[in-house]
Design a protein around this ligand. Structure first.
Ligand code: SAM
Length: 249
């Protein structure tokens, strides 16, 4: 068998000027493993947030993004009701349940994803496409009809590799999430959503500014630098009446 392309733990960067990648774990190529899957595995194994998430019992490294957003903007309070859009595998649900004190006896969090995911204590889960017409009603029913304090969306469309298409699809998810938030939030509530670099599209940004007292863009330190994602954070929902008086149609 040829060793061509094979990397091992003992491999050292060769040649002057070659950057030290800082990698601790190198992944061997193997039959059936593509170059991109080797890169992905290598990145996972060497990502301090992946290691930390595993150690601390978070379902995903994404949990740290919500922790960092909340440390900066103080959105999740004990007793809050929260909707988590695009919840799988459940890191944000875990963080939200912990911060709000949600319990299986009195669940305050509802998560939705079209992917199957393991249950999270204190979280009602819907396996469903959020873009389905009946999804908003199903989410509200799961919250017992109570208006949420916070709507979170970490939804991302599966990437096609075509930047413009990926951008448009994720922007669409963000727009639908924002419209849902404005329809259901209690006054004073908050909305967080993943957007692509460049921030929120003008029309959506104007809509958020009209409906919320404050709107920010934030890239949490745990979000990979090379990733185009960032988050829009809108705080202080004005309420449907007040926003309407502000000129909303
Ligand atoms: C980045 S992951 C979310 C990670 C999650 N915040 C966590 O902490 O584990 C994005 C999720 O959005 C979900 N998603 C994308 N579009 C969706 C849609 N239309 N309806 C429901 N879920 C969707 C994907 O299935 C995926 O699980």
């Amino acid at each position: 068998m040829s060793d061509k392309g094979k990397t091992t733990g003992s491999d050292k960067p060769k040649g002057k000027g070659r950057a030290d990648t800082g990698l601790k774990v190198k992944v061997k190529t193997a039959r059936g493993r593509t170059a991109s899957s080797v890169r992905w595995l290598q990145r996972q194994l060497n990502d301090p947030y992946v290691v930390k998430a595993r150690k601390e019992g978070w379902r995903s490294r994404a949990a740290f993004k919500l922790i960092e957003i909340d440390e900066k903007y103080h959105l999740l309070k004990p007793g809050n009701r929260v909707v988590d859009l695009g919840a799988a595998p459940g890191g944000w649900c875990q963080v939200a349940a912990k911060k709000t004190g949600s319990t299986p006896g009195n669940p305050l969090i509802v998560g939705i994803d079209y992917l199957e995911m393991d249950g999270v204590p204190g979280v009602a889960l819907l396996q469903k496409d959020f873009l389905d017409e009946d999804a908003p009603a199903a989410l509200m029913a799961a919250l017992g009809g109570h208006a949420p304090d916070v709507v979170l969306s970490d939804m991302a469309a599966p990437t096609t590799g075509h930047h413009k298409t990926d951008h448009l699809r994720t922007t669409h998810l963000c727009e639908v999430a924002a419209a849902f938030a404005v329809d259901v939030l209690r006054p004073g509530g908050a909305f967080v959503a993943k957007v692509f670099r460049g921030g929120t599209e003008n029309e959506l940004l104007a809509m958020l500014k009209q409906n919320f007292a404050q709107v920010f863009h934030f890239k949490p330190p745990s979000s990979r630098q090379e990733s185009v994602e960032m988050y829009v954070v809108a705080r202080g929902f004005k309420g449907r009446q007040e926003a309407a008086e502000d000129g909303r149609p």
